[in-house]
Design a protein around this ligand. Structure first.
Ligand SMILES: NC(=O)c1ccc[n+]([C@@H]2O[C@H](COP(=O)([O-])OP(=O)(O)OC[C@H]3O[C@@H](n4cnc5c(N)ncnc54)[C@H](O)[C@@H]3O)[C@@H](O)[C@H]2O)c1
Ligand SMILES: O=C(O)[C@H](O)COP(=O)(O)O
Length: 557
């Protein structure tokens, strides 16, 4: 069966434990979570070509902003289940390509927010008070007091573009410094902004001419690339200074350099660049050397605390994913609330088993077993029906259906794509609470050829129905399903055949027709045997030949 987000990975044939590659400096705190379970490699200075050549043997990749996880890297990563970004920005990861391949990308959305906001304030104060210039001068034997007169930030206007997690923290810190804070973010919550004494404005023309300091805290996306360029800078006060602790490219670097050189604006504090480190002879390099620019080498998240946070955050998620669970911060998967996760987890296992049972039980029965073009109803009854986000169950079904017939790595990230590609249509039906249900929740998989139902008790999953037969058995290990006439002596005959072939019977359950379902000639039962041993074609043939046996299927769950 192909490994996925809902099952532990198969190991590379040369290793005994799954392997994790960490080509950048990641705090050891999180690595301690992983080392008991996985082999961790931390090579230094891995080039793009080297990454492509070594990635096939790894199941997890943990990175920061320096490693470029390109489509070519992901194409070579035949065992990879997860790319974990120990930080926020995933602009160095080809997320679309990872999604297509079913590779989960996770990040740490909040671990370094305080660090980034504080670094913004550090740059704000540094550019306002010429701290680096004073330090440089003194080191060179100077004592330049009059040349380095700064400006106070208290009472000044701080403009923020992007009032998300970092932007909002910066806003609160700015207010704390006595600044007037105005912000532009079309998706910001106006109530939250008002509660933090931030005035929201509708657009850049309403913001730029007013600010003494401008800071951007958006991601770098198509709509924010070159957000501030020559035209925008020209509308600002010549005394204004700009800050960038978000991503290189939100200010056009050439335009920013020109604006500082021709006194359109007064200076800049920059932590991030379009190319890191800045390319030789590029505008970014000239900005870094400019006397009115304070520059740092992408240090926004580089605090001990932030690195501990992000490391713990992503390593916990890598462990969860590689052990078959759902991550808390997947970039390319639907979010699921923790309380929903607790409720859903056993059902994820159940539905995957049901899908796998479906494919194996109905396969070999002519075209009826084929999955392409098949329509399934996945029906949730009882408490489960009240949960709206059942995407993990949908994914578990597709994985279960496909897992036994395909090498494809199906998981919550790519399940919809895979289902579409294979022509599998699943209608999820939330059928509400029924007081007469025997269990708190029942899941039913219904298709043209039959019905499979199941339930969960504690952490154990059970199948309660196959077609017209009602049973209760744990769908685990090697099972033989025998449809037979419900007459005495069947069990002995079957037991004799299995015994002759050295097959051990772990359990046996007989599923009968519901009384109401008994009609004329319906004297059938379904025998479910949990077995250990090798059930080959010969055994199957002998079972089929046994008098009164109508149908045999062997499934491994
Ligand atoms: N320098 C560092 O070390 C460092 C550290 C942490 C975060 N970051 C970067 O900071 C940025 C912000 O991070 P965050 O966690 O606050 O992100 P976030 O997603 O919480 O916030 C981004 C905000 O930008 C807003 N936005 C998007 N497009 C916009 C537009 N065109 N105009 C105005 N607002 C727009 C969004 O509505 C959102 O509120 C990211 O690029 C992240 O990678 C850098
Ligand atoms: O996106 C982020 O989290 C920051 O830019 C931090 O990047 P880093 O992990 O490379 O310091």
């Amino acid at each position: 069966m192909a490994p996925s987000a809902t099952s532990p990975p198969e190991n590379d044939s040369n290793t005994s434990r799954p392997k994790i590659l960490i080509p950048e400096k990641v705090s050891p705190d999180g690595l301690a979570i992983l080392s008991p379970h996985f082999d961790i490699d931390q090579p230094k200075g891995v080039s793009a070509e080297e990454l492509i050549s070594i990635i096939p043997k790894y199941h997890g990749l943990i990175i920061r902003s320096e490693t470029k996880v390109t489509a070519a890297v992901l194409a070579a990563a035949k065992n990879l289940k997860v790319v974990a970004r120990a930080g926020v920005g995933v602009d160095n990861v080809d997320v679309a390509s990872a999604t297509t391949r079913g590779i989960i990308v996770v990040n740490s959305p909040s671990g370094n927010i305080v660090a980034a906001a504080e670094h913004t304030i550090a740059l704000l104060m540094a550019v306002a008070r010429n701290v680096p210039a004073g330090d440089r001068s003194l080191r060179n034997g100077g004592w330049e007091r009059s040349k380095l007169v700064g400006t106070e930030v208290g009472g000044k206007t701080l403009g923020i573009i992007g009032l998300g997690k970092v932007g909002f923290k910066v806003a609160r810190m700015g207010v704390g410094l006595g600044m007037k804070v105005i912000a532009m973010d079309p998706y910001a919550n106006p109530d939250m902004a008002a509660s933090a004494s931030v005035t929201l404005v509708a657009d850049l023309p309403s913001l730029l001419p007013k600010v003494d300091f401008l800071t951007i805290h958006t991601p770098l996306i198509a709509s924010t690339l070159d957000l501030i360029s020559t035209a925008e800078l020209a509308t600002m006060k010549p005394t204004a200074k700009v800050l960038n602790v978000a991503r290189g490219g939100v200010y056009n670097e050439a335009a920013l350099l020109a604006a500082i050189e021709n006194d359109t604006i007064a200076g800049a504090g920059l932590d991030v660049f379009t190319s890191e480190p800045p390319a030789p002879n590029s505008p970014a390099e000239a900005l870094c050397r400019h006397p009115r620019v304070v520059a740092t080498p992408h240090l926004g998240a580089s605090t001990i605390e932030a690195q501990e946070n992000v490391s713990l955050d992503v390593c916990a998620q890598v462990l969860t994913i590689l052990q078959g669970g759902l991550p808390t911060s997947a970039v390319n998967a639907p979010l699921i609330l923790p309380e929903e996760y607790r409720k859903l987890q056993p059902f994820v296992k159940l539905v995957e088993k049901m899908g796998s049972l479906y494919t194996q039980h109905y396969s070999g029965k002519g075209s009826k077993g084929a999955l392409t073009g098949k329509h399934f109803d996945l029906i949730y009854e009882g408490e489960l029906a009240a949960i709206s986000n059942t995407r993990p169950l949908f994914a578990a079904l597709v994985k279960g259906l496909m897992g036994v017939v395909s090498e494809m790595n199906v998981n919550i990230v790519n399940a919809q794509l895979v289902a579409k590609e294979k022509g599998i249509v699943v209608s999820e039906i939330h059928s509400g609470s029924h007081s007469d249900l025997a269990y708190a929740s029942i899941v039913t998989l219904r298709s043209e050829e039959g019905i499979i139902s199941g339930y969960v008790s504690g952490k154990t999953v059970y199948i309660s129905r196959i077609d017209k037969f009602f049973a209760s058995f744990v769908p685990e290990g090697l099972l033989i399903l025998l449809r037979n006439y419900d007459r005495p002596g069947k069990i002995g005959g079957v037991g004799g055949i299995l015994g002759r072939h050295g097959i051990n019977v772990r359990f046996m359950s007989v599923a009968a027709l519901e009384d109401a379902g008994r009609g004329e000639g319906e004297d059938e039962a379904l025998m479910i045997l949990g077995v250990e041993g090798n059930v080959g074609r010969e055994v199957e043939g002998e079972l089929r030949g046994e008098g009164g046996i109508l149908d045999v299927s062997v499934v491994r769950l």
